[in-house]
Write a protein that binds this ligand. Structure first.
Ligand SMILES: NC(=O)c1ccc[n+]([C@@H]2O[C@H](COP(=O)([O-])OP(=O)(O)OC[C@H]3O[C@@H](n4cnc5c(N)ncnc54)[C@H](OP(=O)(O)O)[C@@H]3O)[C@@H](O)[C@H]2O)c1
Length: 327
């Protein structure tokens, strides 16, 4: 596999950013774009330089020359779109949150296994060098035993009833769109099943506008998380241990800098790793690496981690009585 020929499903905002990224990544080929209408697919293909355009997702899934598909549709569509591609034997990178619920994710993982293809949630944060640097500091014992994580992800998102974020039928709400990031940090770094989950959601119009979550882990470590559409926060992540702490800067999931503090709260090290392009190149490179090595699962974004976060989100929704249409 010298070059990786990419297909994209959905032609919205993140699909455009991803297409720009692919154009800059060595060995990535902008091969095909699919939309629910032929006109949008053609316009997207023309704008970004895809060789082919399809007026339905099914036509793209049936193209045997695609090496990897990126799914960039709203959350409620991920299951059907990913299933379609996996059943055609395609390797899939699917946007976050990867599905609405645990049963959907279980089914996709089973199909991926049966078809022997690659499947990964597009949890780009986990592929970014600065996040990997923070994990390296932790594994080297630089902050001692991690006892506490505090991560916020909250933006002012104006109410627009037609926007996927405010539409229950699209899997809207803060949980699957924003809260998934701080939950991913907590699950990745503290790991395992929490002994206690406390979740409070502000629910309006069938979607959660904000989530306050506390996770307690056996042994006493805990994470406290706030995310939502109602407050303009700085969105940093603090990872605190017995001998120091790490702060991932503004927009911690897409930050390029991390600061390590020692037990006296002095700055011990500060690392900055600017993006090569948009910041999404690292997840693209991870997919390329996995495909070249014949892997069906990423080591940076393993299925087990994706499932752990999906379990947490299901439990939070259950606690607060939030369901999606059709559940
Ligand atoms: N990794 C990140 O940083 C990041 C950032 C933003 C979003 N995301 C994720 O990417 C996904 C898409 O987000 P977005 O902001 O790009 O959304 P968006 O701008 O609304 O685009 C979604 C696209 O999906 C397609 N689609 C299929 N079914 C649809 C439906 N029922 N309603 C609306 N659109 C539908 C549409 O493309 P066609 O009409 O061409 O079929 C649409 O353009 C979400 O899962 C989100 O969580 C990730």
């Amino acid at each position: 596999m010298e070059k990786i020929r990419w297909g994209i499903i959905g032609t919205g905002k993140i699909a455009a950013t991803f297409a720009k990224t692919l154009a800059a990544v060595k060995d990535a080929v902008l091969y095909a774009a699919a939309s629910r209408t032929k006109e949008r697919a053609q316009a997207f293909a023309d704008e970004f330089g895809f060789a082919k355009s399809y007026g339905s997702y099914a036509e793209l899934a049936a193209d045997p020359d695609i090496d990897a598909v990126y799914i960039a549709t709203p959350m409620a569509s991920h299951f059907a779109d990913a299933k379609l591609c996996l059943e055609h034997g395609l390797n899939v990178l699917c946007e976050k949150s990867v599905t609405l619920s645990v049963p959907q994710l279980q089914e996709l993982l089973a199909i991926a296994k049966e078809k022997d293809v690659f499947f990964m949630e597009a949890m780009w944060m986990k592929c970014r060098p600065i996040y990997l640097q923070a994990k390296k500091w932790i594994s080297e014992g630089r902050i001692g035993e991690v006892r506490m994580i505090k991560a916020d992800f909250s933006n002012l998102v104006p109410y627009m009833p037609e926007d996927r974020l405010y539409r229950p039928d699209c899997g809207g709400g803060a949980l699957l769109d924003l809260t998934v990031y701080p939950l991913t940090i907590a699950a990745d770094i503290l790991g395992g099943e929490p002994s206690e989950i406390i979740c409070d959601m502000n629910i309006s119009g069938g979607v959660d506008l904000s989530d306050t979550i506390i996770l307690r882990y056996p042994g006493g470590a805990h994470a406290s998380i706030f995310a939502g559409f109602e407050l303009p926060l700085r969105n940093t992540a603090l990872i605190s241990g017995t001998e120091g702490s790490i702060i991932l800067g503004d927009w911690f999931h897409c930050t390029c800098d991390a600061v390590l503090f020692d037990s006296s709260r002095n700055e011990a090290e500060k690392i900055q790793i600017p993006n090569q392009f948009t910041g999404y190149e690292y997840e693209v490179e991870e997919v390329h690496r996995c495909l070249r090595e014949g892997r069906k699962e990423s080591t940076l974004v393993p299925h087990s981690g994706t499932m752990e976060v999906m379990r947490l989100m299901d439990q939070c929704r259950k606690q607060c009585g939030l369901t999606f249409p059709g559940e």
